[in-house]
Design a protein around this ligand. Structure first.
Ligand SMILES: C[S@@+](CC[C@H](N)C(=O)[O-])C[C@H]1O[C@@H](n2cnc3c(N)ncnc32)[C@H](O)[C@@H]1O
Length: 589
């Protein structure tokens, strides 16, 4: 069972320092580019909310110093076979390469400078020729690294110059006409396969390959293949025999058997996210999924771990999840982490792996109704333990609390996602701990160290009395740990939604939704996300970022469920579901 995928809110430097060395296969980062801009999540014209800053008061040195200390950690975290992709642009690319990547990874581990044509040409006051490209530097940690060749469609020029022959299903073959080569379309009622007539001559003199084949004499240095292979190719219909015996037999390379042309370091076939793009979520600088698909396919394999510690709108982890990679996503912005969470939830299917979201603060309800296994894993990790990857048959042990370095006291942890835990839980846990590892149990008991920890929201009198009895009468120490003792629990924002009937037009009933939020003291901002065809429990937002909480939507007659979420600046969220019956009138259920 693979470790849990993680989405973590916070400054990436601190978090990177807590990730184990040599535990990640691929790092892709798209950090602020030193563009001296503040990126806002644009909502209409009434006002923007800051998503992230790309300003470095100390200039380039400040920026390079800031990025370098993070890339040093990424280098430590990468496995020896791993590689890093650093997305940047003209603002700082040369400095990043020379002052950071060459120094940390070594110039000899430079693998590529990929040029991605990010946009079409446009007016550009800053440059002579408009800047339409970004750079992506690729470095490996050693010279033994994962590289899966990527293929793209053949260029038209290649098709026209190379694949000029057709084999038809009726057994005939011919060269393509000029018009067919122009249009790249085969003019025939019979289905045909295009092929390239490839040279069969051996590049070096090979006497053992100098033999006559079906009356065709061998090329000067002999054939490329042995008689046995030649016969096999012939049987497969892969030989092109010229009419004259004096001619040269050629090898048919069928276009539909080719992988395509090898993707080079010039990527001008992946479009940026445009205004009407289906995958647009409204996060500033969001990258296209195709770009990350190519990077992740190129430099990792299924099951590998992908890290993006500037995850933004979540493109890297959304793609890694789809491509069956494990992943870690980090961002300092609440909007980034919450939008990524929604995006991942929206694409989850039966085969998707669960993931945890680590915020600074949590609200009781969200934790209380989290998936049980997710909650257990999250609670053990937050408590500083190692979660048990086993979901079933774990003998009541959900994790292990590590002993302090070189110290004693590693002990099992049990997590209960409930309140008012009773005596029976303590009893069962006590036997489970003894059954789990008697030697550790005896050692901890002898050392007067906890033999185990029970984590829950609250404990009943029975449980408290039982641990006291065990301690006083049997010298057995079981620690009862409340969730709020190790994570800050806060109240989530309070959300209400009003609706306004805007009337019927063209058989569609237009309704205005007005969401109002009462935030807890201290919370300074919030945003809304809307799902207008909500199917409980899956929340798939059509609108990811709405600052004002006002939306209008047109509905056909029928029953509808609309879900709206509000997220405050701690990442705490509330959901409100509006059930409507629309049939000329509106009835709220
Ligand atoms: C250019 S955006 C990434 C966009 C992303 N590739 C996407 O496709 O949506 C950079 C992200 O880095 C985050 N960021 C900047 N400084 C950070 C830091 N010190 N720790 C964590 N995240 C940071 C910003 O909040 C922002 O979301």
């Amino acid at each position: 069972m693979h470790p849990m995928n993680k989405l973590i809110l916070g400054d990436n430097l601190e978090i990177l320092r807590n990730i184990a060395a040599e535990s990640v296969d691929l790092v892709y980062i798209d950090p602020p580019f030193f563009s001296n801009r503040t990126y806002e999540v644009i909502w209409g014209d009434s006002g923007e909310v800051r998503s992230f800053e790309d300003r470095f008061s100390g200039g380039m040195d400040h920026y390079i110093g800031w990025l370098k200390e993070r890339i040093i950690e990424m280098h430590r975290i990468l496995k020896p076979t791993g590689s890093i992709f650093v997305h940047c642009d003209w603002h700082a690319d040369a400095y990043i390469r020379v002052q950071i990547l060459d120094r940390i990874f070594g110039g000899s581990n430079f693998r590529n400078k990929i040029t991605w044509q990010r946009s079409d040409t446009h007016n550009d006051a800053k440059h002579q020729a408009p800047n339409v490209c970004d750079d992506i530097f690729v470095y490996s940690k050693s010279d033994n690294y994962t590289y899966n060749v990527q293929y793209g469609p053949h260029a038209e020029k290649t098709l026209r110059e190379w694949y000029q022959y057709i084999d038809f299903e009726d057994g005939t073959s011919r060269k393509m006409t000029k018009e067919e080569l122009e249009t790249q379309k085969i003019v025939s009622t019979v289905k045909g396969r295009r092929f390239n007539a490839d040279n069969m001559a051996s590049p070096n003199p090979r006497p053992n390959l100098m033999y006559e084949y079906k009356g065709y004499s061998y090329p000067a240095k002999g054939w490329r293949y042995s008689l046995e292979t030649m016969t096999k190719l012939d049987a497969q219909g892969k030989l092109l025999f010229p009419k004259e015996k004096s001619g040269r037999i050629m090898l048919k390379r069928y276009l539909d058997e080719q992988k395509g042309s090898v993707i080079s370091d010039l990527w001008n076939d992946i479009d940026q996210i445009r205004g009407n793009s289906k995958e647009k979520i409204g996060y500033p600088t969001q990258k296209p999924m195709k770009l990350l698909e190519r990077i992740i396919q190129m430099a990792s394999n299924e099951g590998d771990t992908v890290l993006d510690c500037f995850v933004g709108g979540g493109t890297t982890v959304a793609v890694a999840d789809k491509l069956n990679r494990q992943w870690i996503g980090i961002d300092q912005s609440v909007q980034a982490v919450k939008v990524t969470e929604y995006r991942l939830n929206a694409q989850q299917d039966l085969f998707s792996k669960p993931f945890t979201v680590t915020l600074h603060k949590y609200d009781y309800d969200t934790l209380r109704y989290k998936d049980a296994f997710e909650f257990e894993t999250w609670a053990v990790q937050q408590f500083g333990g190692t979660a048990n990857a086993k979901q079933r048959g774990d003998l009541g042990i959900d994790g292990i609390k590590k002993a302090p370095a070189g110290g004693l006291g590693a002990a099992p942890i049990q997590v209960k996602r409930s309140d008012n835990i009773g005596r029976n839980v303590v009893d069962n846990f006590h036997s489970a701990v003894m059954r789990y590892d008697k030697a550790i149990y005896d050692k901890n008991k002898a050392e007067k160290l906890p033999v185990g920890y029970i984590i829950a929201f609250s404990f009943g009198k029975g449980a408290i009395q039982e641990v006291a009895r065990l301690s006083n009468n049997e010298g057995v120490l079981i620690k009862l740990i409340t969730v709020e003792s190790f994570v800050p629990i806060a109240k989530k924002p309070n959300l209400t939604v009003e609706i306004k009937d805007l009337g019927v037009a063209k058989n569609l009933h237009e309704i205005e939704f007005i969401a109002t939020v009462k935030r807890e003291a201290g919370a300074t901002s919030h945003f809304f996300a809307w799902d207008f065809s909500y199917k409980n429990p899956k929340f798939i937002p059509e609108i990811y970022f709405d600052k004002d909480g006002r939306q209008t939507y047109k509905f056909k007659a029928g029953t509808h469920e609309i879900a709206v979420k509000v997220v405050d600046d701690e990442g705490l969220e509330s959901i409100e579901i509006v059930k409507l019956k629309v049939n000329g009138t509106i009835e709220r259920k």
